[in-house]
Design a protein around this ligand. Sequence first.
Ligand code: PLP
Ligand code: COI
Length: 351
Amino acid sequence: MAKRGGTEYKSEMSDTPDPFTSPFGTLFGDHMTVANVVDGEYTYSGSAQPLENFSLHPATHVLHYASACFEGLKAHRQADGSVAIFRLDDHVARMLISIEKLRMPVPDGALIRQMIVDAVTADVGHTPVNPGALYIRPTFIGTAPNIGAAATPSNTAMLYVITSPVGDYFAGGIRPLTIFIEHDTPRTTPQFGMVKSGANYVMALGPTLDAKRDHVADQVLFATGGDVTETGAANFFMVDNERVITRNLDTSFLHGITRRSVLQIAADLGYEVEERAVTLDELHAWSDHGEMFLTGTAAVVAPVGKVIVRGDHVEVGDGQPGSNTLRLREALTNVQTGNSPDEHGWLTPVS
Ligand code: PLP
Ligand code: COI
């Protein structure tokens, strides 16, 4: 049975809690995989173990100095009932970059890969059908009990993988989101934006909560100094009938794997693909004729219906999900679920 908050959770309606009525990320599989790291050496038992709490010394490095990073990827129920992980190797590669940027001991990518496959194999029965999925959360934390190590990496660490049956990230399913554009406060630092580290998310929390409270926004799009990058949990796109546009990669924001997938799919469908800087003026003007959407493992392809830019509330198109956005979303989810051929080798079968 899926667990909620570490304790057994049973739906009142059925033995299987419904990921579509539970908030994203609050249901869990029964298993986890764990590797311990001592002086750079990784030790993994070689199989999944029951999901359980673990205890940490109050001085543990991650609790004080944020020596943590994570990944977020999904296993999808396929049209034939089997389960496959989407872009497993790309997520492993990004996690290696995050660990390296934290100056922590970088494992062999094959180890992270195996730990993900083992965790998903153990919890494969919890994979909901599309648009649900089994969300996978590989996590890395520095565990040295040392409050003096502010300028020293932790010499012990833990790498673990948990799973979570999920439905929609944005409550209400596919609906037009309201996005507040933040042009003063950055999401994180210019050099750490590409690292999938918890510290980045807590830094984005203040502006996000302010925008929710003051503007009833769903998300904040960070555009420091007018440079449009990403939201707190997804990348940002503009599209019309001919073109797909998103910010070119640099170290200032997360190199989304969904972003990369959508760019490939858009090119395959015949769109012109532009990776380049986008200004606030261009974004404002785009809302007259074009569409906007967010991409992410959790967000999938999420339509934007309204942007709040420099105090103006601007409707994007007619304010409803646009046809190009929905087309790209469907093309992506068809590959993820085996309803379209996996032409780019993005799926790793698990069962
Ligand atoms: N940007 C941020 C800040 C995110 O948290 C995410 C989600 O993972 C993304 C972008 C999208 O990345 P991906 O498509 O790899 O999930
Ligand atoms: C993801 O899409 O995997 C993310 O990391 C978003 C998350 C913060 C829920």
